[in-house]
Ligand binder design. Sequence first.
Ligand SMILES: Nc1ncnc2c1ncn2[C@@H]1O[C@H](COP(=O)(O)OP(=O)(O)O)[C@@H](O)[C@H]1O
Ligand SMILES: [Mg+2]
Length: 272
Amino acid sequence: MPDRSPAALCRMCRMMSRPRSLWLIVAARASLLSPSMLRLDKVNKYYRVGTHSLHVLRDIELEVADGEFVSIMGASGSGKSTLLNILGILDDYDSGEYWLGDTMIRALSERQAAHYRNRFIGFVFQSFNLLPFKTALENVALPLYYQGITRRKRNQIAGQYLERVGLRDWADHTPSEMSGGQKQRVAIARALIGKPRLILADEPTGALDSETSQQIMDLLSEIHRTGITVLVVTHDAEVAARTQRTIRLRDGKVVGTDAPAGASHPGMQAAT
Ligand SMILES: Nc1ncnc2c1ncn2[C@@H]1O[C@H](COP(=O)(O)OP(=O)(O)O)[C@@H](O)[C@H]1O
Ligand SMILES: [Mg+2]
């Protein structure tokens, strides 16, 4: 069942809004990106619940290099989604520093957050977050609507992205007519159409069987090989094993990083 709550729809709108007047500034920043795609320095996050406050992320330190393929693993409630939402500038943090390339992301206005998000980041969610009454083609094309691109051009580009994820023949189908794996492919095509530098995927295989999960990981690996940095949150060790490096989270703390045997320095490994 797609998540149609007001909060989810609002989040989807925020993901896709693209203030056009800021494009030039963002394009200028893009050329200045350092080899580090993102870096967190002692980041803390609290949720205020009634009168008390829940310390959800504790002094998080992590760095992801440009072109890396990284997983974040941890038990339910360990703070993975909160961390990913901060990285995706969907949520703010309370202390520390978050650097996206050479830009410190902190207490941005919604407009500023939207332009960094839309210029750099593509999102993929466990529940796909597709619009149920739109076709696959329209779902993929939606981010281009916010760029003021004509319908004809949007649909032409969206068709190319659907082809890239192997769904050209499914363009006119709505999500309810598609399998979970197909819906996730549509969501990935939608994430790619904005030409992001970074894909953030929150349990992208969480609703899929293991064979379909491997197919989605094949697709994410292929995307990684084109030079895009990919960060996947997962419960599944088989999914994590497909990435170059796994960051482990427990009770809001980074408790370790594993790299597969034989990997070179994981932090700075370039796309191969
Ligand atoms: N909006 C919120 N308000 C209050 N507490 C929250 C909110 N979102 C998450 N939490 C709490 O923060 C902790 C971490 O949640 P989350 O980041 O969703 O973990 P995970 O994705 O690893 O399951 C959990 O204890 C959860 O209940
Ligand atoms: Mg989560």
